[in-house]
Ligand binder design. Structure first.
Ligand SMILES: C[S@@+](CC[C@H](N)C(=O)[O-])C[C@H]1O[C@@H](n2cnc3c(N)ncnc32)[C@H](O)[C@@H]1O
Length: 208
């Protein structure tokens, strides 16, 4: 965890200045997500990075608790919220493992470009399931490196990690991610992949 915090702290400033890689796909994901929102909703976003998505969604819900393990990411996110006069997003430096929320307290949880960075994906997905109210949704967007040619990363990633160049990157397929979600009790309500090897966008619902 310590290595990951250092990695994300180190690149936070650069990350915040990078243009969005796939603007049209990003906008579509925002749009689809908002179809699930109501103005009275309480959200959690984990791995919020520099806060852009939480800030973009803020006008559509009551409150967003946004967390990230990197203090630098959180500092930048807080600055952006202030600049944009957004006062219904609370940013905190925390990992998804540390945060304690009452069962069935959240209407939606967002985990965007973060599930592949966890070494305990199943545990986290089950934790998210428990914190959601019945009918609540878990919105994720995840690169599934196990799907295709990108399997060669299975070799590169451990090397990069060994040399301290990369954070932990978990390799799993679309099928394995779907299984993790259904195993926790979720039903997949919406699924979209903008193209081959692109991040898989899933809205998973806690039905009961
Ligand atoms: C690839 S960035 C994605 C940021 C943002 N969600 C986005 O889509 O631009 C991954 C972020 O997840 C954070 N992160 C990694 N592991 C985490 C964990 N266990 N709990 C909370 N945040 C985590 C990192 O610090 C980093 O800011």
């Amino acid at each position: 965890m310590d290595k990951s915090v250092k990695f994300w702290d180190r690149i936070a400033e650069r990350y915040s200045k990078q243009p969005i890689a796939e603007e049209a796909a990003y906008q579509k994901k925002l749009q689809i997500t908002r179809e699930y929102f109501r103005p009275d909703m309480q959200l959690l976003e984990f791995g919020c990075g520099t806060g852009s998505t939480a800030i973009a969604h803020a006008p559509y819900v009551k409150h967003i608790q946004a967390i990230d393990i990197s203090p630098k990411m959180i500092e930048i996110a807080e600055g952006k919220a202030q600049t944009n006069n957004v006062d219904n997003v609370t940013f905190n430096c925390s990992s998804i493992d540390e945060i304690i929320l009452p069962d069935q307290s959240m209407d939606a949880v967002l985990g965007l470009s973060v599930l592949h960075l966890l070494d305990n994906r199943q545990e986290v997905i089950s934790k998210v399931y428990n914190m959601l109210k019945p009918g609540g949704v878990f919105v994720s967007s995840t690169v599934c490196l196990g799907d295709s040619l990108m399997k060669y990363l299975k070799l590169i990633v451990p090397m990069g990690r060994f040399f301290g160049l990369m954070p932990l990157v978990a390799v799993f397929s679309t099928k394995e991610l779907e299984t993790s979600l259904t195993h926790a009790g979720f039903e997949i309500d919406y699924q979209w992949q903008p193209g081959k090897n692109k991040s898989l966008f899933i809205v998973a619902k806690r039905v009961a």
